[in-house]
Design a protein around this ligand. Structure first.
Ligand code: NAP
Ligand code: ZN
Ligand code: ZN
Length: 347
């Protein structure tokens, strides 16, 4: 085993704090990665605080990992020592089910091994995430990262990026589509960047008037403050698609009313409590309420390559790992422009 250290939550009620732990030795198909940066996703907070239930402690969060290969197993073919690489939300899956065979490992029917708060495929060895010095991952779940972009701003692509890229591609959002993005946070700002790049007319629906300027700078064509009833009325029945990135309980029926007939509201945000949906919100206009989880490994690589070619990155605030608990409080208040990323050299 390899001795290492990180930051972990010991219970749903505790802050994350320094913790020494062990990683597995590098196996023939494994890549060992020295972690340089790790983004902070709202899912980290949901899971640390056990807001979704079933959290596993101690928990080392972090699934927006960028680092360099420091060691490889004898049978590794895709990576060399020194290469810049990424690890996102998954570190393994069964590889055999229908979804895995399609490159949709996130929907592995037996359940993928998530990067943290999860188990390896043996279903008993806990996984630990990226708020740590190093990680050991099977090469099939490691991504190539271009040297061209500022790497701290690439880290959030591993979750916030793929989680918004994947549904936009799946529903073929592009020219001729009117899309609304709900919630300007980590996921929301990437959804704006991608959908603008894909040619859609993009409206930001936000609770924060202070974000209007930023939304426009990101490329949004319109901004609607959701507490402004008159403005909201103007966009009733207006959108082909809504991508909903909200992390807290909110009224889905309100957003469904903004869709055209046959419109689709795509939920990527996962609030801690269930929402109430009125049947009439869906039947009037044959509307769909859909969801999407991260993205498979091939599509994650496609997204990273697309970002390298098109210069798409995340807006980040790089922090010292000592400030991580404070960063959570700021994220809860919407005080982040638009992703915190931990500089792992501070660990
Ligand atoms: P974030 O940076 O905190 O952004 C969430 C945004 O939601 C906020 O900036 C805010 O935007 C808006 N919001 C917050 N509370 C609200 C409320 N009560 N009503 C309406 N809007 C509200 O979070 P994130 O990292 O982007 O993650 C967002 C959600 O996606 C989380 O639930 C996370 O767990 C989930 N997630 C899902 C996947 C997946 O695979 N589907 C992957 C990653 C994350 P405004 O200030 O603009 O209103
Ligand atoms: Zn995430
Ligand atoms: Zn599978």
């Amino acid at each position: 085993m390899i001795d290492t250290k990180g930051y972990a939550a010991q219970s749903a009620k505790s802050d994350v704090a320094p913790w020494n732990f062990r990683r597995r030795e590098v196996k023939p198909k494994d890549v060992q990665i020295d972690i340089l940066y790790c983004g902070i996703c709202h899912s980290d907070l949901h899971q640390i605080r056990d807001e979704w239930g079933g959290s596993i402690y101690p928990m080392v969060p972090g699934h927006e990992i960028i680092g360099r290969v420091s060691k490889i197993g004898q049978q590794v073919q895709k990576f060399k020592i020194g290469q810049l690489v990424g690890v996102g939300c998954m570190v393994d899956s069964c590889r055999e089910c229908e979804n895995c065979k399609k490159g949709l490992e996130q929907y592995c029917t037996g359940g993928p091994s998530f990067t943290y708060n999860s188990y390896e495929q043996d279903r008993k060895t806990p996984t630990y995430g990226g708020y740590s010095k190093l990680v050991v991952v099977h090469e099939d779940f490691v991504l190539h990262v271009s040297e061209k972009l500022p790497i701290e701003a690439v880290a959030p692509l591993l979750c916030a990026g793929i989680t918004t890229y994947s549904p936009l591609r799946h529903w073929k959002v592009g020219l001729d589509n009117k899309l609304a993005v709900v919630g300007l946070g980590g996921l929301g700002h990437m959804a704006v960047r991608f959908s603008v790049a894909f040619g859609a007319e993009v409206t930001m629906l936000s609770t924060s008037l202070s974000k209007e300027k930023d939304a426009k700078k990101l490329g949004a064509h319109k901004f609607v403050l959701t507490s402004d009833e008159a403005r909201v009325k103007e966009v009733k029945g207006y959108f082909d698609f809504i991508i909903d990135t909200v992390s807290a309980p909110h009224d889905y029926n309100l957003y469904l009313s903004l869709l055209k007939s046959d419109g689709v509201q795509i939920c990527v945000g996962v609030p801690p409590t269930a929402a109430e949906i009125d049947g009439f919100s869906l039947i009037a206009g044959r509307k769909s309420l859909a969801g999407s989880s991260i993205g498979g490994i091939p599509e994650t690589q496609e997204m990273l390559d697309y970002c390298a070619v098109n210069n798409i990155i995340s807006d980040v605030e790089v922090i010292n790992i000592r400030d991580v608990n404070n960063a959570y409080e700021r994220m809860l208040k919407g005080d982040v422009r638009y992703r915190f990323v931990i500089d792992m050299a501070t660990l």
